[in-house]
Design a protein around this ligand. Structure first.
Ligand code: CA
Length: 220
């Protein structure tokens, strides 16, 4: 899962990015509104954390620009403007949630989890596919009821696939959602990770769709 953090306060942006990475996701940052609009059109994200008071283009305009372009990513507004009018305006502009500053990092992360789940059509905090289960609150994965040991990257891949089960995911899509943009990415490594995950969860959970990618399926 990749999260765009749009915040011009460098220290707060850094704290949010650290919390996002600790939650097992990848964080990219945009320090002003125009950069944010550019990033959401150039890269694939799973959610956006959006400050309202931003240089070059304010947060509400960023949000409207995104929605006008048909980008339906979950967006959580973070703002010191906490009047009822501000909240209503933010939600009307297409935000999915609104958190007032100052806020607790744990609450932001919990709300992000809920938005990411909803964004992928999941309602329960535990995603279950066959004998595989992901507790999205703790990032623990269970296979046949037993906790599964996964490396950080294996977890990122499996979590993304579980949030998007039943559809074909290309290697480049996986790469976009598990690595930062500036990371030196090698699509061949995805095959290696998929092989390792298959060794842990049984080979028939992940189908290879030749030439297209992989699909996490509920075995018959
Ligand atoms: Ca600001």
């Amino acid at each position: 899962m990749k999260i765009l953090v749009v915040e011009d306060d460098l220290s707060l942006a850094g704290q949010i990015m650290t919390a996002v990475e600790q939650a097992g996701w990848v964080a990219e940052s945009a320090l002003d509104g125009l950069e944010a609009v550019y990033q959401v059109t150039e890269q694939s994200f799973d959610a956006v954390i959006l400050d309202l008071g931003l240089p070059r283009l304010d947060g509400l305009s960023v949000l409207r620009a995104m929605r006008d372009q048909g980008i339906h990513l979950p967006v959580i507004i973070l703002s010191a403007r906490d009047t009822l009018h501000d909240r209503i305006e933010g939600l009307n502009a297409g935000a999915d949630d609104y958190l007032c500053k100052p806020f607790q990092m744990a609450e932001l992360i919990a709300r992000l989890r809920a938005q990411i789940r909803r964004g992928s059509g999941q309602t329960s905090p535990v995603i279950t596919i066959g004998e595989l289960a992901l507790d999205t609150c703790t990032s623990a994965v269970y296979w046949q009821g037993q906790p599964l040991k996964l490396t950080a990257l294996e977890l990122k891949i499996l979590s993304y696939m579980m949030h998007n089960s039943g559809r074909i995911i290309s290697r480049s899509e996986l790469i976009e959602h598990i690595y930062r943009q500036d990371f030196d990415r090698d699509s061949n490594t995805i095959e290696v990770f998929i092989r390792r995950i298959r060794q842990k969860v049984g080979h028939n959970m992940i189908e290879t769709v030749r030439g297209l990618g992989y699909k996490l399926v509920q075995p018959a």
